[in-house]
Design a binder for this molecule. Structure first.
Ligand SMILES: [Zn+2]
Ligand SMILES: [Zn+2]
Length: 326
């Protein structure tokens, strides 16, 4: 599992910082959070493959977070993509893409699903393809869960910003312990479908006996899943703390330094101090500061220094920074 910062600027791109976008590589698929203008160039530079199954999560409709999505989808069409795509975001996400379909001829021949999060009515509204304005179905939101597989789930929270904005959390399910093939061999279990079951921690029947892979030491004890939370743009609010509780990694916007706390408050953004306090409050293990204002082009380290005083395990996002999550 690898996290890659594709863009770490706020509002205005500068030489070394593109607009917000974060990629998470996980089990042969890519999860993207926000699609700032021209993020596709960083996507390619990071060595990410364009024909992987993808899920995209848009935090809000401010240009710096969404203007890179249509060009990316155009590129995927040119590339003859075949892998499935799902895009989540606030209401009107479908309309935004449908306009590109109608006026610019945006097509998606690959399977694509657009899911609008209707927070007010606690519903997910699903559209299939880009051609029909009629939603395929609506689903009641259960808690704040919006997506789930056998391996992970995605939860969201409405946060405080100048427009409807969501934060997202990637929550991995507990993982099976490490597999020790010699133990299986020693018990005479042939390398077969049974091994797969053992690797998944399942009790199997072999030669009339029940074999528990954990008790037999064939797999180690279950390992807790990893959790990553992405704040989107926001001013400090309780809903983010609740969403991000005990995160291994919190990626938090830090548009301003401490000296501009009033500006941050007015514009419903965060300072480095806000980000550090949020990390501390939610019990996060590590903090990444991102969404850095262009005014800190030459002295962004001040943000890092300020945050570290409160939350020492902090790093400053750089475009193309890669973080391996163990
Ligand atoms: Zn922004
Ligand atoms: Zn914003």
């Amino acid at each position: 599992m690898e996290l890659i910062i594709l863009g770490s600027a706020a509002a205005t791109p500068i030489e070394n910082r593109n607009l917000p976008s974060i990629a998470l590589r996980y089990k042969n698929q890519i999860l993207l959070f926000d699609c700032g203008e021209d993020f596709q160039r960083r996507f390619a530079k990071a060595g990410l493959k364009f024909n992987k199954p993808m899920k995209i999560f848009i935090t809000h409709f401010h240009g710096d977070h969404i203007l890179g999505l249509p060009p990316f989808l155009f590129r995927l069409s040119l590339n003859d993509r075949t892998a499935p795509m799902m895009i989540f975001g606030p209401r009107n996400l479908f309309l935004y893409l449908y306009i590109h379909r109608k006026i610019l001829g945006l097509k998606a021949k690959y399977p694509i699903k657009i899911v609008e999060i209707d927070h007010k009515n606690q519903k997910l509204i699903e559209f299939e393809g880009l051609d029909s304005e009629i939603p395929k179905r609506t689903i009641k939101i259960n808690g704040n869960l919006i997506f789930e597989t056998n391996y992970f789930s995605i939860k969201y929270a409405l946060v405080e910003h100048s427009v409807i904005t969501f934060a997202y959390a990637f929550i991995e399910k507990p993982r099976y312990g490490k597999f020790v093939p010699e133990r299986a061999r020693n018990l005479g279990i042939p390398e077969s479908n049974l091994w797969k079951k053992l690797q998944e921690g399942q009790i199997i029947e072999f030669n009339g006996k029940l074999i528990d892979p954990v008790k037999e030491g064939i797999v180690g004890p279950e390992r807790p899943g990893r959790k990553i939370t992405y704040s989107g743009d926001l001013k400090p609010c309780k809903s983010l703390i609740d969403l991000g509780r005990d995160s291994d990694l919190l990626i938090h916007e830090a548009t301003f330094a401490k000296a501009l706390a009033e500006t941050a408050e007015d514009k419903k953004h965060s300072t480095s101090i806000d980000a550090a306090n949020d990390a501390k409050k939610m019990g996060a293990k590590q903090l990444i500061l991102t969404h850095i204002s262009a005014r800190y082009q030459s002295d962004a380290l001040i943000l890092l220094e300020e945050a570290k005083e409160i939350f020492p395990n902090t790093i400053l996002a750089e475009d193309l920074l890669k973080i391996e999550l163990k």
